[in-house]
Design a protein around this ligand. Structure first.
Ligand SMILES: NC(=O)c1ccc[n+]([C@@H]2O[C@H](COP(=O)([O-])OP(=O)(O)OC[C@H]3O[C@@H](n4cnc5c(N)ncnc54)[C@H](O)[C@@H]3O)[C@@H](O)[C@H]2O)c1
Length: 360
């Protein structure tokens, strides 16, 4: 993809970045951009004056505002990085794109595919870069697996299992994460999205033909399974109305299948965080890198640990975003992929709600 950068930007050596949201991951956004020699985080928007001040002081960000619109009006800001509660991703990203900014959004892209599609369209119209920060596919393990798959070590992939599960890790009961109107969904939107993105990236296919899903909410409503992620305010009186465990069977357009499992809380000794791909000549699990293939006789199997290969892309997603703007890297996470992923996430909820398989 060749990015048509705005004429005013093409000569830029340094990209001025505004981060919106200084909660748990907003700090990571600032720090990650600051690691790129040609990025400068010049402004921060945060509705909590205390969290905003603490972050601005810690990272020496010169301008702090409570209203992000002030930053969108600044002509000298080239990149807007969104670290907000899920329900604000699409509206704020759309405004930023309309203002001609390049936009990095943390996952999930939006809380529904209709809104996500508007972002893809607007980014194209403006000729700016739009990327969803799916950092899980940028790890050295996933990058090695991708290269092994592409050079044919596993033969043809036909099935995968992918999971991100925790025994006790709800991102604080009573926070925005546990309310549908702010989060859009629970464990699926929060961590299932990571497990699914890295799996579909490895399979090289994002379009699904059908989805069958089920969601559960067994821990949160009882006030158990709490974790400690996030910095936003807690209201213990707000009902927990999202999933804390969800599963799905996804059939891809090619006919290949994916089993997805996500949970914030469930009775189990350990959580899991893996993607396992099955091919005609081998199977591989990330991040353990256990590679299983036929033995010399062709009748049995052997398992070995695959050595890590150099990554295809900078694992720092914010630094990669700047590389992509500079044209030194091809944009690694395509907005169309994130949109297709969003359609699957929506279909999981739709299937759980209706009890039917959803055809896409
Ligand atoms: N990629 C990852 O690995 C990863 C990890 C954690 C969170 N996330 C995503 O990042 C996003 C933020 O999550 P978090 O954990 O930082 O949440 P958080 O609750 O810790 O932080 C959100 C921040 O946004 C601020 N905010 C709310 N409305 C605002 C507005 N209108 N203007 C400015 N600031 C506003 C809040 O005051 C809060 O400080 C979520 O969408 C989450 O899914 C991604």
């Amino acid at each position: 993809m060749t990015l048509k950068l705005r004429a005013s930007m093409s000569a830029q050596q340094t990209y001025n970045v505004a981060v919106i949201g200084a909660g748990a991951i907003g700090l990571n956004h600032i720090e990650s951009f600051q690691k790129h020699p040609d990025a400068s985080v010049v402004a921060l928007a945060e509705v909590s004056p205390e969290r905003g001040r603490e972050a601005a002081d810690k990272f020496n960000v010169p301008e702090l505002v409570t209203d992000y619109k002030q930053l969108l009006a600044r002509d000298d800001i080239h990149v807007v990085s969104i670290a907000l509660p899920n329900y604000l991703h699409a509206p704020v990203a759309l405004e930023a794109l309309q203002a001609g900014k390049n936009v990095m959004i943390d996952k999930p892209m939006a809380t529904n595919a209709t809104d996500a599609a508007k972002l893809v369209e607007e980014a194209k119209k403006q000729g700016v870069l739009l990327m969803v920060g799916q950092n899980n596919r940028m790890t050295p393990q996933v990058q090695t697996a991708k290269q092994m798959i592409e050079r044919g070590d596993l033969g043809d992939l036909y099935h995968a299992k992918t999971a991100m599960t925790r025994p006790s890790g709800i991102p604080r009961i009573g926070s925005w994460f546990t309310q549908t109107k702010f989060a859009g969904g629970g464990s699926i939107y929060d961590i299932g999205v990571h497990a699914l993105d890295r799996c579909l990236y490895l399979m090289g296919e994002f379009e699904a033909s059908s989805v069958s899903g089920q969601t559960y909410s067994q821990f949160g409503p009882r006030g158990i399974g709490d974790g400690n992620w996030g910095k936003g305010e807690i209201d213990p009186n707000k009902p927990f109305d999202v999933d804390d465990l969800a599963i799905a069977l996804i059939k891809l357009k090619s006919g290949r299948t994916v089993l997805l499992e996500a949970s914030w809380a469930a009775y189990m000794e350990h959580g899991a965080d893996f993607t396992q791909v099955f091919g005609t000549d081998g199977g591989l699990i990330v991040p353990s890198m256990k590679f299983t293939h036929a033995d010399e006789s062709g009748q049995g199997q052997v398992t070995e640990e695959a050595p890590l290969l150099p990554t295809l892309v900078n694992p720092n997603r914010m630094a990669h975003f700047i590389d992509a703007l500079q044209g030194t890297a091809e944009p690694f996470i395509k907005p169309e992929e994130s949109l297709a992923l969003q359609r699957i996430l929506d279909a999981i909820y739709e299937s759980a709600r209706t009890g039917a398989e959803i055809r896409l």
